[in-house]
Design a protein. Structure first.
Length: 388
């Protein structure tokens, strides 16, 4: 289990004016904050919507959704419809290295906080705009993750073949978009080192999803045929799915003929590896349903955990279908340190490992307007002033 540290991070001294809320933007700015960026979260007087998305809540009654993507930040509540609030927001944007927002297209322009306005004040600023469907014909569409999973094709390939389309169990597109925002910001900062100028970084939920469809999108473009739902099976590999054992489900993810031969040997049905219906991956894909029946019959003889251990000894990729608590415990058993502690609370650790500049977990998610009047931290001391 990892804990916080006071040493400067690789992004120490980077000033981020964070106008984003909900998930994609806050995920991106938390990643920057974990590596030392000074993130001031600019919220409305009502606060980020996710402050009110309850339950579940932590021991203090705060929404765990908000807490999941807002550590290492300071909160300033500003009413952008008032002149004092807008003036303070513009001041922060004018002195930031990075400005990030995910309002509907046009909203920031009405406040005089859009890219062109900020660039006029601060030519070195990297301005990241996150939208649902871009700023053109899709500008008026609501950028909710479920909606994007639907219109972006993900739900068409998720779920059982005869069942209804299914969404991923987390707002996956928001997370992917947040990761793309981080990449775009860092690319623009690298270019600023060469030119001395900032630029506009644009990412949207729909293109983030389409890019993440990878092989499924490539198949569609090449063949002209859209893939369909296969449940937990893979369109190009077999056996690569969820199977029932004597007590619970497990996954078998066989990627080549050698692994398949080892699988059948351990299951006590080695003849399947020489059966022409299963001897090659292409043949196994064509006869996946018959193969599944053979494997299920053999797997019923023992508990799932026993099979996983036996398969591991033979180099066959397999694992239990864990719930989230079991998944965290599994990662801990592998020495991956997936959990960080901040002020006696637990949070999921940043997944990026740097050998010389590890992420740090300094402060818990802030209370609304906890840092009213905050200015940027002094990079030389790491200390900030709460009022000017």
């Amino acid at each position: 289990m990892t804990s916080g540290t006071e040493r400067p991070g690789v992004l120490a001294g980077l000033r981020v004016a964070d106008f984003s809320r909900v998930l994609a933007g806050p995920y991106a700015t938390m990643t920057l904050a974990d590596f030392g960026a000074d993130v001031i979260k600019i919220e409305s007087p009502a606060g980020d919507d996710t402050r009110h998305w309850k339950p579940p809540v932590d021991a203090a009654g705060n929404a765990t959704y908000f807490g999941s993507v807002n550590r290492n930040k300071r909160s300033v509540a500003l009413d952008l419809t008032s002149e004092p609030g807008l003036a303070e927001a513009r001041r922060l944007a004018a002195s930031a290295d990075v400005v990030i927002e995910n309002f509907r297209p046009g909203v920031m322009a009405r406040f005089g906080l859009d890219y062109d306005a900020v660039r006029a004040l601060n030519p070195r600023a990297v301005y990241c705009s996150i939208t649902g469907f871009g700023t053109g014909e899709g500008a008026a569409l609501a950028g909710y993750d479920l909606l994007v999973q639907a219109v972006g094709g993900l739900m068409s390939i998720t779920g059982e073949p005869e069942g209804e389309p299914a969404k991923a169990g987390v707002a996956l597109v928001d997370v992917l978009c947040g990761q793309n925002a981080v990449a775009g910001i860092l690319l623009a900062l690298r270019e600023r080192e060469r030119t001395g100028r900032g630029q506009l970084v644009e990412v949207n939920l729909l293109q983030s999803l389409l890019a993440a469809l990878t092989n499924q999108a490539a198949s569609t473009l090449v063949t002209g045929r859209a893939p369909r739902r296969l449940g937990n099976q893979h369109p190009s590999i077999a056996p690569y799915a969820v199977f029932p054992a004597a007590d619970r489900d497990l996954v078998i993810a066989v990627g080549n003929d050698k692994q398949f031969r080892a699988l059948t040997a351990e299951l006590g049905i080695p003849a399947l590896a020489d059966d022409e219906r299963y001897a090659t991956n292409e043949a196994r894909v064509a006869h996946r349903e018959h193969l599944r029946a053979e494997l299920e019959a053999a797997l019923a003889a023992a508990p799932a955990a026993a099979w996983v251990a036996r398969f591991a000894a033979r180099g066959v990729p397999a694992g239990l279908v864990n719930d989230v608590a079991e998944a965290i415990a599994f990662a801990e058993s592998l020495g991956l340190e997936p959990v960080a502690e901040i002020a006696q609370s637990r949070t999921v650790a940043n997944p990026i490992g740097l050998s010389e500049s590890a992420p740090a977990y300094r402060t818990p998610p802030p209370a609304l307007d906890q840092h009213a009047g905050a200015d940027w931290n002094d990079a030389s001391t790491g200390q900030g002033k709460e009022s000017r």
